[in-house]
Design a protein around this ligand. Structure first.
Ligand code: ZN
Ligand code: ZN
Length: 107
């Protein structure tokens, strides 16, 4: 398996938006394969909280498991690609409440 350099000078880099994740920024682990779909103990990636929220506001766990099980695939999703473009101009510790009105809330 190809190992990806996701750290730059000790600061982790978010694989969705490719910006650094400062230690004081809101952040969380995303299971690439949702736990409900057999991903327990599976690979996780560290994301900005705002990126993580956007992923789950955009895609269901079934969609994540089936079509978007890597950060590269997530970046190809039209909505997330737009989100990443928009986020590029924000500071690395930018955070916003994600609108979840269209999908059921989950924690
Ligand atoms: Zn990010
Ligand atoms: Zn997640």
């Amino acid at each position: 398996m190809r190992s990806k350099e996701i750290e730059r000078e000790g600061t982790p880099v978010c694989p969705l938006c490719k910006r650094p994740i400062p230690s004081h920024a809101k952040q969380s682990q995303h299971h690439l394969i949702p736990k409900l779909k057999g991903g327990r103990g599976g690979p996780t990636v560290l994301l900005h909280q705002v990126c993580h929220n956007e992923i789950h506001a955009t895609l269901t766990e079934a969609e994540l498991a089936r079509d978007f099980d890597t950060p590269e695939k997530l970046r190809t999703h039209p909505h997330l690609a737009k989100f990443v473009q928009w986020l590029e101009k924000k500071p690395a510790d930018f955070h916003v409440r994600t609108q979840k009105s269209l999908r059921r809330r989950r924690k």
